[in-house]
Design a binder for this molecule. Structure first.
Ligand code: GSH
Length: 215
């Protein structure tokens, strides 16, 4: 089997999403670092992998993909027999519900959570100053989203059903960064959300993603 290649860096939220899916599936892969400081992601040969000049990109044999959520879907479907299921097979209703929560992550959760992580974590890393007004606004929006999660997670153990799926996995990178900030309180103050965060961040595959950041 050709080795799967991931082009990205372990600190990048979108790369982390792909790495989590690969580890959940117990797949061998090669992580090829992209030198973003040198602007390698905005030049060839990287632009041939992702014309938008963003990480990550994935190569599997002669298939080349970008967009982390599309990549995880590919991994879950192409390697359905390996590792964890990530998509509940067989049941059309569960598949439809999984799609709903995949969309909720991308359209409702991530726009607020990622901007909040940028304000609270990444701005500091890049020598920029956090904007308290932006933090307040984003936290207000995220609280409303998390109220809906609290209600959902009162009905099932995970977002789509009682099994861990890609819909849960896609949240991990932003949650990981926010749990190291004062925004953690938004998650901790909602019992079902808090329980869910503990379960999904305790997964062995996720621990491997975090280990990669320490290397
Ligand atoms: N929707 C894309 C995905 O999920 O793959 C987002 C990718 C993305 O924003 N990647 C960031 C990046 O490459 C790193 S996490 N930033 C550099 C840039 O946009 O120039």
């Amino acid at each position: 089997m050709a080795t799967i290649k991931v082009h990205g860096v372990p600190m990048s939220t979108a790369t982390m999403r792909v790495l989590a899916a690969l580890y959940e599936k117990d797949l061998q892969f090669e992580l090829i670092p992209v030198d973003m400081r040198a602007g390698a992601h905005k030049q060839e040969p990287y632009l041939s992998l992702n014309p938008f000049g963003q990480i990550p990109a994935l190569e599997d044999g002669d298939l080349s993909l970008f967009e982390s959520r599309a990549i995880t879907q590919y991994i879950a479907e192409e390697y359905s027999e390996k590792g964890e299921k990530l998509l509940c097979p067989g049941c059309k209703k569960v598949k439809a519900t999984t799609n709903v929560w995949l969309q909720v992550e991308g359209q409702q959760f991530d726009p607020n959570a990622s901007k909040l992580a940028f304000e609270r974590v990444f701005k500091g890393m890049f020598g920029m100053t956090t904007d308290p007004a932006a933090v307040q606004e984003l936290e207000g929006k995220l609280q409303k989203v998390l109220d809906i999660y609290e209600a959902r997670l009162s009905k099932s153990d995970f977002l789509a059903c009682d099994c861990f799926t890609l819909a849960d996995l896609h949240h991990l990178p932003a949650i990981h960064y926010l749990m190291g900030t004062d925004s953690k309180a938004l998650f901790d103050s909602r019992p079902k959300v808090s329980e869910w965060v503990k379960k999904i961040t305790a997964r062995p595959a996720w621990a491997k993603v975090i280990d990669l950041q320490k290397q």
